[in-house]
Write a new protein. Structure first.
Length: 119
């Protein structure tokens, strides 16, 4: 079993949820939760965020990058944030920065549509 699978199972048990109940909260089936827990399937990025939100832990905790579930800081393996802030776009070509901006807008649109459809 993967670290991710172990953590999902532990958190689910701690929350006193069945796989079916967790699946309902996540918008997937209980069998999908079982596959995540057993390490036969990996959640996509959106599902990782949902899992972190449901259990109120960091994605880094779910992935085994930190041992503290509430840890919200960058892991030690990440570079320190430069003074004045950090930007993903730093070092990109103008075309790359423009593509990043377009992708960011699209992701925000899709998440806002998802939020409205679930309301």
């Amino acid at each position: 079993m993967s670290v991710l699978g172990q953590r999902i199972r532990q958190l689910r048990h701690k929350a006193n949820l069945t796989q079916a109940q967790l699946g309902k909260l996540l918008g997937c089936s209980g069998s999908t939760v079982s596959l995540y827990e057993g390490g036969q399937r990996s959640p996509d990025t959106e599902m990782l965020v949902r899992l972190a939100d449901v259990f109120d832990v960091s994605v880094d905790y779910l992935l085994g990058r930190v041992s503290d579930p509430a840890h919200r800081e960058k892991p030690e393996s990440m570079p320190a944030e430069p003074k004045g802030g950090w930007s993903v776009a730093e070092g990109l070509t103008p075309e790359g920065a423009e593509l990043l901006e377009v992708l960011t807008r699209e992701v925000k649109k899709r998440f806002s549509k998802t939020d409205r459809s679930q309301a």
